[in-house]
Design a protein around this ligand. Structure first.
Ligand SMILES: NC(=O)c1ccc[n+]([C@@H]2O[C@H](COP(=O)([O-])OP(=O)(O)OC[C@H]3O[C@@H](n4cnc5c(N)ncnc54)[C@H](O)[C@@H]3O)[C@@H](O)[C@H]2O)c1
Length: 322
């Protein structure tokens, strides 16, 4: 069996989950890990028996390394991705591909020039519930899609964890913007967004938004994105997708994910719909079998443009055309 030698750059919340996921894939071997935080780096390296590198540039020189997962903070994807591409290493980069279109384009160009695979981590595309929704639309069961509503609300502690590094649209909204474009199967034409200002914000970014998106095929979509759920919310999430077609409709609700646990100390709705393991499995397979990746740099760039247009719309209080 072929095995992919892979490195993980950035070992924070999601980098740890990638390590766990990759460790469970028989055709992948984590050979190296990188983080500027020495404690986290050494602990993770020991756990996965990988070589630690504080500087990601040294990780890229690790003998036999073939691919990397880039899970550094949102605004620090360009340098490790471009350097990986130049070293001939395949890349799975976390969403958003970057926070500026210039950085996103530089990553895409570097990957194209080096002829390495570049996949963007839009995890929802690998969650079975969202895949069913896509199938229902693609198979024509719902007829022609008329409208779609998406919701992604997280607990306030998520915003506190990243300490105002970016707003909710770059961090969470981009997932749904990508899903809407994927489900609708058409390109976004315009966006109008509003952000709530009723409560004083902890960080200087939008934290609860509604966006109306018009697609080229006439579908209208609405995305409700925020991170103001109370910390003791039993699931820590309220995720929905409602699709109206002219022959049927579909309702997806991942607030509880099907399992509810009630105890003397409270309730918990554990996560039962992970997509990350499947995302990593698919990336490994695409590299080993030299297949096209299902989520491209261009997908990452369009979703980023949608977020940036939504932010511009909030600022100008006007419709922004893409
Ligand atoms: N797909 C998802 O569901 C999902 C969920 C959470 C985060 N993310 C994305 O993953 C990325 C990371 O987010 P996070 O929440 O894990 O952040 P985090 O702050 O928890 O982790 C980032 C890690 O990168 C490390 N780092 C910073 N600079 C570095 C460098 N030069 N070299 C190596 N390591 C460096 C930090 O020390 C930290 O350990 C972001 O782009 C975020 O949007 C995706």
């Amino acid at each position: 069996m072929k095995t992919l030698n892979i490195g993980v750059i950035g070992l924070g919340e999601i980098g740890q989950k990638h390590c766990q996921a990759l460790a469970g894939i028989r055709s992948a071997k984590i050979v190296a890990v990188s983080d500027i935080n020495e404690d986290v780096l050494n602990k993770t390296a020991q756990q996965y028996q990988a070589t630690p590198y504080q500087d990601y540039k040294d990780l890229l020189k690790h003998t036999g390394i073939e691919a990397v997962v880039v899970a550094t903070p949102d605004d620090f994807h360009r340098d490790p991705c471009v350097a990986a591409a130049k070293a001939g290493i395949h890349i799975l980069v976390e969403k958003p591909i970057a926070t500026t279109e210039e950085d996103a384009q530089a990553i895409i160009d570097a990957a194209e020039e080096a002829n390495v695979k570049l996949m963007v981590g839009f995890t929802l595309r690998f969650v079975p519930h969202y895949q069913k929704a896509k199938e229902a639309v693609q198979s024509g069961q719902l007829g022609q899609v008329i409208s779609v509503f998406a919701r992604r609300l997280n607990v306030i502690s998520q915003a506190e964890r990243i300490n105002g590094r970016c707003g909710v649209l770059h961090f969470l909204g981009i997932h749904d913007f990508d899903v809407l474009r994927w489900i609708v199967g058409s390109e976004p034409v315009s966006i109008y967004s509003e952000a709530s200002t009723s409560v004083e914000r902890k960080f200087p970014h939008e934290d609860e938004t509604f966006s109306i998106i018009n697609f080229a095929n006439g579908v209208v979509a609405c995305a409700h994105i925020g991170w103001n759920l109370p910390k003791n919310h039993p699931g820590g999430r309220d995720f929905k997708l409602d699709i109206s077609g002219n022959q049927g409709c579909l309702n997806l609700d991942l607030a509880t994910q099907g399992v509810k646990i009630y105890t003397q100390s409270g309730h918990k709705f554990p996560s039962t719909a992970p997509g990350l393991a499947e995302e990593d499995r698919v990336f490994v397979e695409c590299v080993l079998d030299d297949k096209p990746v299902p989520v491209t740099g261009q997908d990452g760039l369009v979703a980023l443009r949608m977020v940036n247009a939504a932010l511009e719309s909030i600022e100008k209080k006007a419709v922004v055309y893409l």
